[in-house]
Design a protein around this ligand. Structure first.
Ligand SMILES: Cc1cc2nc3c(=O)[nH]c(=O)nc-3n(C[C@H](O)[C@H](O)[C@H](O)COP(=O)(O)O)c2cc1C
Length: 450
């Protein structure tokens, strides 16, 4: 088939009875599977399609994770498609992630330990999820350990990812985010404590499965101050289960090209599974990254903003199908409507529709809908207003508005390089001193993503 996302399909996937949403678009038929990637294992997690939705603050809430995952699963070879929602057992007591991992937005450890209401809502995952992957951000070993204990003891997570990649100046200025791995003793202490807390908590409450801890990082602060190879060594020593590398420095921010060759360097230097990240815009990019770098899996961020069907294309590509998704405008409108309803259910109509607005901008990128329609949709407050706005927009356009092609297959956000802000004297020593420790305690409150 062409891979075009078309009108809504019936509620039940004809092949295996997977209950999909009423408006799930038709996705590529990847049943004619050829190649299958080497299965990725992260502790007890078996990931036969080695792709991960990147944690993105303000983006990867439960609704968006579900949208991406459902589209990915619809493109799986039939033998891998789960027959019902929720966890799927893997051999030897493991857990299967048939279409990959879909990670929450970053949650700060201090807010979790303080049981902040909003934070707790973020870690209450969708019951339909296969694997509950939660990303934590913390700067203090004891607080990170306490947060990990909560997630494991209270059975809130199957996988915990630690974020060391945030490039935002207000965070690195206090030694947090991508600046932190420069202090090797602190990084090692956080990693060790997270793994220890996870193991101890699983044992204390008699959980059948361990909860693996992974880490996500950047190349370093800038080209002269790389940290990723040392950080991977620390991860290996601490018992971390896998490392993900966004192949840019903090200085690069989101600009320029990710340096995939550095992913290959990491893969050569560590025995841990390596997930490569940066600039995957197409299904074939995912396969190309794995082939050219030797990495064990890929992490996908901006490429799926406004294009959750990218996961269908990645699944298809990884399982050897040539089917690709090229939605016309009507198919995109159906996805927007569905996404809006999911968000309204997740967080209430008011917050949900406000959250949807940025996605609408991303979804419509490249489609010739006009500035006035875009502005109109940026003002919506209810689902009815969304439907009415989409209808007004549609009524002014031709019967068929085709997929625009290459123009939608690039970054929604890129920006330019930014000189990293660091605490005075931060680069003088790889060990943390008291003054910097004090400053770091303030680094967690301002964080907003990676
Ligand atoms: C809006 C936004 C929010 C992000 N939030 C996080 C985050 O919370 N945690 C994290 O580790 N990385 C975060 N990132 C970084 C992404 O996970 C990913 O590493 C980065 O976008 C590079 O991958 P890409 O080229 O596929 O986009 C964020 C990126 C964006 C664009």
């Amino acid at each position: 088939m062409t891979g075009r996302v078309t009108a809504p399909e019936p509620a039940v996937c004809q092949h295996v009875g997977v209950t999909m949403s009423e408006t799930s678009p038709r996705l590529p038929d990847a049943c004619a599977s050829g190649r299958t990637p080497a299965p990725l294992r992260i502790g007890p997690l078996a990931v036969p399609t080695p792709v991960e939705l990147a944690p993105m603050a303000g983006v990867t809430n439960a609704s968006f994770r579900r949208l991406c995952r459902e589209m990915a699963e619809a493109a799986l070879p039939e033998a891998l498609r789960p027959s019902r929602p929720g966890p799927v057992a893997a051999p030897a007591g493991g857990l299967l992630a048939p279409a990959g991992l879909y990670v929450t937005e970053m949650v700060t450890t201090r807010a979790l330990v303080e049981r902040n209401e909003r934070t707790l809502a973020m870690v209450r995952t969708d019951p339909a999820e296969r694997v509950r992957s939660i990303q934590l951000y913390g700067v203090d070993p004891a607080t990170v350990g306490a947060a990990v204990r909560i997630l494991v003891e209270e059975d809130l997570a199957d996988h915990i990812d630690l974020n060391f990649g945030c490039p935002v100046p207000k965070v690195t200025r206090k030694g947090g985010g991508a600046a932190l791995p420069w202090k090797r003793d602190l990084l090692a202490a956080i990693l060790t404590e997270a793994v220890r807390a996870s193991e101890a908590a699983a044992h204390a409450v008699g959980r059948a499965r361990q909860v693996p801890v992974t880490m996500k990082m950047r190349l370093g602060i800038d080209e002269e101050h790389e940290t990723f190879l040392d950080a991977a060594r620390a991860a290996e020593n601490a018992g971390i289960a896998a490392v993900a590398l966004h192949a840019r420095s903090a200085r690069q921010h989101y600009s320029g090209q990710a340096r995939w060759e550095e992913i290959a360097r990491l893969k050569e230097s560590t025995a841990l599974p390596v997930l490569g990240n940066g600039d995957i815009w197409l299904g074939d990019d995912a396969v190309r990254m794995m082939e050219t770098t030797g990495c064990d899996g890929v992490v996908v961020g901006r490429g799926c903003q406004g294009r959750p069907w990218l996961f269908a294309d990645i699944v298809a590509a990884m399982h050897g199908s040539s089917a690709r998704t090229r939605p016309d405008l009507d198919a995109v409108i159906e996805v927007i409507r569905r996404h809006g309803r999911m968000l309204a259910e997740e967080m209430g109509e008011d917050r949900g529709v406000r959250d949807l607005r940025k996605h609408v901008g991303w979804y419509l990128k490249g489609y010739p809908v006009g500035g006035a329609a875009r502005a109109d949709l940026m003002g919506i407050r209810t689902l009815d207003e969304l439907d009415a706005g989409l209808e007004r927009m549609r009524s002014r356009l031709p019967d068929v508005v085709d997929y625009p092609g290459d123009i939608v297959e690039g970054p929604r956000e890129a920006g330019s390089p930014k000189t990293p802000r660091l605490p005075d004297g931060w680069l003088d020593s790889p060990a943390l001193d008291e003054a910097h420790r004090e400053m770091l305690s303030q680094a967690e409150s301002d964080v907003s993503g990676g």
